[in-house]
Ligand binder design. Structure first.
Ligand SMILES: [Zn+2]
Length: 402
């Protein structure tokens, strides 16, 4: 007779296994007795799960511990290099104006093992880019002597609304039009890889990374604000990334914040990102100054040198950034606002002045009601967040993004 499996029991089993694995990852080395005590899971269940983790190569026995008497307990050690994952960022959130795609390989500790970047201007289609990424993947794995079987997947961060189930990028107005970044189906490129592809919107990927590894680890209600060439938000509600009914929540870069009539890439006028994405700094500086700059790095230099035009441009920029953040706070009432992306490079010019502006006297909230922080992974937040997506099943059972 076939064994009847109760689905609820299976769920509990999986939850126990993940809890034990997460605990071992945090503490690095523990005896089964310690795991049982800390996780409040019976020693029999802990032993069965540890045996399975050892069998799968995720943990190992690492000698016996000192003991005050009786049998000495065996120490179990977490193995961070037992699985890997690739991360790819299409978001071009780099300080120069060139269109770069970055590829990284990380281990279970989110440590970058190897990385490459290349200009996507040299390609005319997403298919060509994916083929090239597949070659990079082979080069990295061969170079590091890593078996593709221990790579759990490749997470891709994309600057627009993404249907992660269908693996489709719906639209990306900030990426090169020549690539045809509309309804891009990444499923059709999966055959180039011996592991699954995961796709996610850049702000959601970054929010996920901050939630499981970065500043948001113990913070359960927050808005992650990605400020690059465009602006997007990842919403974390009770420890989950919330994507909304049509998976388009957090497209805050297209909130209307002015009435100047400036056209946005989305087709509407006066969207927040026209005034507060990093491109605004270059445009507004060049409009005011005889001397022209090409990228945000040059702008930052001018600001550091005390250039008057750069100072005025920055002041105006912060005012617009504040307008959007105020709207977000009023709309979401988060515990934290985490600012990430290219704008993090402006660190000392950014955080304190921004706090002053955001908490200027108002009826609705004050400094004690929420905190504004800079991202832990800074301009790499989307990239690392994307690379962490293939580990989600192993650690959390795919329920962190809702
Ligand atoms: Zn817009």
């Amino acid at each position: 007779m076939a064994k009847i499996i109760n689905p609820d029991q299976e769920k509990i089993k999986d939850a126990n296994r993940r809890k034990i694995f997460r605990l071992l990852k945090t503490k690095r080395e523990l005896s089964k007795q310690e795991i049982s005590r800390l996780s409040k899971i019976s020693i029999t269940t802990v032993t069965a799960n540890i045996n399975r983790l050892i069998e799968e190569g995720l943990a190992e026995e690492a000698g016996v511990a000192d003991s005050t008497g009786g049998r000495k307990p065996m120490i179990i050690r977490f193995l961070p290099d037992s699985r890997y994952s690739f991360g790819v960022d299409f978001a071009s959130n780099h300080l120069t104006k060139s269109n770069k795609i970055k590829v990284i390989l990380i281990n279970l500790d989110a440590k970058i093992v190897d990385e490459r970047n290349f200009d996507y201007d040299m390609f005319s289609s997403v298919s060509e880019i994916m083929k090239y990424i597949s070659e990079i993947k082979d080069e990295i794995l061969e170079g590091k002597g890593i078996n593709p079987n221990v790579v759990l997947g490749m997470g891709i961060s994309l600057p627009g609304p993404v249907n992660e189930k269908e693996k489709i990028l719906e639209v990306a107005p900030n990426l090169s039009k020549s690539l045809g970044m509309e309804n891009v189906d990444f499923k059709q490129h999966e055959s180039l890889f011996p592991f699954p592809l995961f796709v996610e919107n850049e702000a959601n990927a970054a929010a996920y990374g901050e939630l499981v590894f970065g500043v948001a680890k113990h913070k359960h209600n927050l808005v992650y604000l990605s400020v690059n060439r465009g602006i997007g938000a990842g919403l974390i509600v009770r420890g989950h990334v919330y994507k909304g009914n049509n998976r388009r929540a957090g497209e805050v870069g297209h909130m209307t914040v002015a009435s100047k009539g400036i056209r946005c890439t989305c087709g509407r006028k006066d969207c927040w990102e026209i005034y507060a994405a990093t491109g605004a700094l270059i445009r507004n500086f060049n409009r005011r100054s005889e001397e022209k700059i090409n990228d945000t790095k040059q702008f930052l230099e001018k600001l550091k040198q005390g250039n008057k035009v750069a100072g005025e441009t920055w002041k105006e920029y912060l005012d617009y950034l504040t307008i959007g953040i105020n709207n977000i706070i009023l709309g979401f009432d988060p515990h934290y606002i985490v600012i990430g992306g290219e704008i993090c490079e402006f660190d000392s010019f950014l955080l304190e002045p921004l706090k002053e502006l955001v908490f200027e006297k108002n009826t609705f909230y004050g400094k004690e009601d929420l905190q504004i922080l800079l991202s832990y992974f800074k301009e790499d937040a989307s990239l690392i967040g994307a690379a962490l997506l293939p580990f989600q099943e192993l650690f959390y059972g795919n329920n962190k993004i809702i």
